[in-house]
Design a protein around this ligand. Structure first.
Ligand code: SF4
Ligand code: SF4
Length: 437
């Protein structure tokens, strides 16, 4: 590790950890820190952050050392008693801060961590600025690096372009090769949108087979067409994923995953669904009954209710004035989290897959339900199709887990099924026409 000077002088000037801890403050929470705010070296056409520059007119959008110190100190204090603390960076494009900023962040965290705490570093990046120097640092500190790739170059480059409108896939893949060469842990964040929504197998197989991805996070692009970048209005841009296509995408990838990849490739949507079928807490906030435990930190210390609600109405306060724990436990943030459950339309309340869906993310709730309630999730048709489709296999995998076995044994269950008997998945079809193929 290089010796980058770290000043701890101003860290003690900030707000103190409240004692006693507010009972409303969650013990488990996640902060996404955005050291460059919305600033990015690329200009992906669907990116909801680029328009957020208007929130801080004239700002340089660089996290200063004072905010960095407050953030790291408060994060570690807030996790007192926890054995693992995740320090997560994203953007914008966080690598624009340069390697030395992250060296300082790591040194700070190492010097401020509490007895018994281990640090886990994560960073979400477009990968285009990665160098050997970057990758050596990421490898040394065992960062988990999320790389944004939307599939093969012709699909990725549809919207993921640079400031001149030029394709970026070659630079992203070069960055990924560097990560691999340095042995850095990486995973893929793949957005699904109008340009790749009809190629689920092509996208998934390319990520799995060409890149060797073992962790594929799928994110539907739902981009409001209102010119503000905020969560307002009920129209979406033509780049947004179609709800039915999103469902078909998930269903198609799920079938491929079920046939070949259970226990081998991690797809958060599928793991979250399995958790719901087991009766465990949802592992994705979008499928939890309430939210509010995943906040976003702007470059200047402003804390927002969620990464998807970085807008004035959801500003909780600033870390330089109020401790992170107080902001997380504030009535405003608790109300934000509870509203996810309390504002569900009747259609969701009566839905047979509500236990798994919970109306998905509030940011996508802007279409009319059957009774006219305007707060149904835009992606509802897709999720309804997906959760109904996975019901049989999910029941089987949940049974395996309850028996103390492994979910990936489902392949053997299907393989052993008599070909002319009903498929164990419960579809009603003969096994030879279903999963016993
Ligand atoms: S608003 Fe959506 S993304 Fe944010 S925490 Fe809630 S469910 Fe998650
Ligand atoms: S599938 Fe649709 S109706 Fe059912 S809980 Fe989800 S959003 Fe609501």
């Amino acid at each position: 590790m290089s010796a980058v000077p770290v000043s701890l002088g101003r860290a003690g000037d900030g707000p103190a950890l409240p004692s006693p801890r507010p009972p409303t403050a969650p013990r488990q929470f996640h902060v996404l820190a955005k050291p460059t705010g919305p600033i990015c070296n690329l200009d992906c056409t669907y990116c909801f952050f680029l328009s957020k520059e208007a929130l801080y007119p004239g700002d340089r959008f660089r996290m200063g050392d004072d905010v960095l110190e407050q953030y790291v100190r408060q994060l570690l204090e807030a996790h007192r008693g926890a054995s693992l603390v995740t320090i997560a960076w994203q953007g914008g494009e966080p690598t624009l801060m340069g390697v030395d900023f992250f060296r300082r962040a790591i040194e700070l965290a190492e010097s401020l961590k509490q007895p018994g705490q281990q640090l886990e570093h994560t960073i979400q990046t477009n990968g285009t600025l990665l160098t050997d120097e970057w990758c050596a640092l990421l490898a040394e500190h065992r960062f988990l690096v999320g790389i944004s790739i939307d599939g093969p170059p012709e699909l990725h480059d549809a919207y993921r372009v640079d400031k001149r409108g030029e394709p970026t896939s070659a630079k992203v893949l070069r960055g990924l090769e560097l990560l691999k060469a340095h042995g850095v842990d990486w995973n893929v964040l793949c957005t699904v949108h109008a340009a790749n929504q009809h190629q689920p197998l092509e996208v998934y197989r390319w990520l799995r087979d060409e890149l060797g991805a073992t962790h594929v996070q799928l994110i539907p692009i739902v981009e409001r067409d209102n010119g503000t970048g905020f969560q307002e209005g009920d129209r979406v841009t033509e780049r947004s994923v179609d709800p039915e296509a999103w469902g078909t995408f998930l269903v198609t990838v799920f079938d491929e995953w079920l046939a070949h990849d259970v226990g081998r490739v991690f797809v958060p949507h599928f793991d979250a669904a399995l958790a719901s079928w087991v009766g465990a807490p949802a592992s994705l906030c979008i499928f939890a009954e309430t939210c509010g435990d995943a906040v976003a930190l702007e470059h200047n210390g402003d804390l927002y209710s969620c990464d998807h609600f970085v807008e004035p109405a959801h500003l909780l306060g600033n870390l330089r004035e109020t401790h992170l724990v107080d902001l997380l436990g504030s009535p405003q943030q608790r109300a934000f989290g509870a509203a996810k459950r309390d504002a569900l339309p009747r259609q969701c309340l009566e839905c047979d897959v509500r236990f798994a869906c919970h109306g998905e993310c509030p940011k996508n709730r802007f279409t009319a339900a059957t009774d006219g309630d305007p707060h149904l999730n835009y992606l509802c048709p897709g999720y309804l199709a997906f959760f109904h489709h996975v019901d049989g296999p999910m029941r089987l995998m949940a049974d395996l887990l309850r028996q103390g076995r492994y979910a990936d044994e489902i392949g053997e269950v299907f393989a052993r099924a008599p070909r002319n008997e009903p498929c164990p998945c419960g579809s009603g079809r003969k096994a030879k026409h279903c999963h016993g193929r």
